[in-house]
Design a protein around this ligand. Sequence first.
Ligand SMILES: *[C@@H]1O[C@H](CO)[C@@H](O)[C@H](O)[C@H]1NC(C)=O
Ligand SMILES: *[C@@H]1O[C@H](CO)[C@@H](O)[C@H](O)[C@H]1NC(C)=O
Length: 291
Amino acid sequence: MLLSFLSSFIVVCVHLSHAVTFRPVVLMHGVTATAADMNELAGWIRDTYQGIYVVSIEIGNGYEDSFLFPLNKQVQIFCQTVSSDPKLQQGFNMIGVSQGSLIVRGAVERCSLPVYNLITLVGVHQGVFGIPGLQMLPPPIRELVSKYAYEDSVQKIVSVAGYWRDPFQLDKYYAKSQYLPDINNEGTTRNETYRSNMLKLNAFVMTYSDIDEVVSPPESGLFRGFKANSVATEVWNETRQYQEDLIGLKTLDEQGKLYRFKCHTKHQDAQHTPDKDFIFENVLPFLNNTI
Ligand SMILES: *[C@@H]1O[C@H](CO)[C@@H](O)[C@H](O)[C@H]1NC(C)=O
Ligand SMILES: *[C@@H]1O[C@H](CO)[C@@H](O)[C@H](O)[C@H]1NC(C)=O
């Protein structure tokens, strides 16, 4: 009697644990880092959502290729890796950190990946400009970007050049940058696929840190760069990006699908212990959904 009660109890439990399948989560690390840099965050996600599939994507060899592959190539490899994972076919949530913010967003726009919630931590959506953003790079690479970012040869070999947005040379940025103006749909003909793919999202979540010492301006995490010929930061809803709804930000905002959060951590700590409370409170709830 007791035994049969126990065994049916176990059957019910096994059944229940299969009834709930959390949407998988894809993680993308930042520049001069490797997939292992996301392990702590992955652990928090697994502890919170039992049985969830979490995968941290590596591109090339990780550390070096994160800055020596241009972002066009990185997005292509990222999309191939994600698309060929059988566990991701039914859709997933995605988190990109720092440079990873541009890889995950580019992948949504270009590869029409089945993403439910797109989350970026301390991102660089409106580019970076100035020395802080280069500190993590080896000195020769730093020099290439700060002096020659808009040369074709540099665009082709350094990831950061693809989102170097010099407010004093915006004409050059639009003409020469091979990555960010494209995925931000700032060219003369805009790609409607990019916009319609962004509008398929259930939520687009962006964070920045008010003490970010690397991303300049830190508000780039919220899609605000430097105003033209200035180092004043753009007002969110006064930009051409927002007003012309180039990739759908205005529409997402009006639909209540756009979330912006401010954290208070050093750049490198955005997905680590010093930011743990912020992540649990503001980010993990966006992973509480099932397929
Ligand atoms: C828009 O982007 C899609 C996906 O990357 C691409 O297949 C298509 O050729 C692009 N369209 C234009 C007009 O550039
Ligand atoms: C921008 O947003 C602010 C605050 O929500 C609002 O008061 C203002 O009218 C908006 N400006 C534009 C140009 O939409």
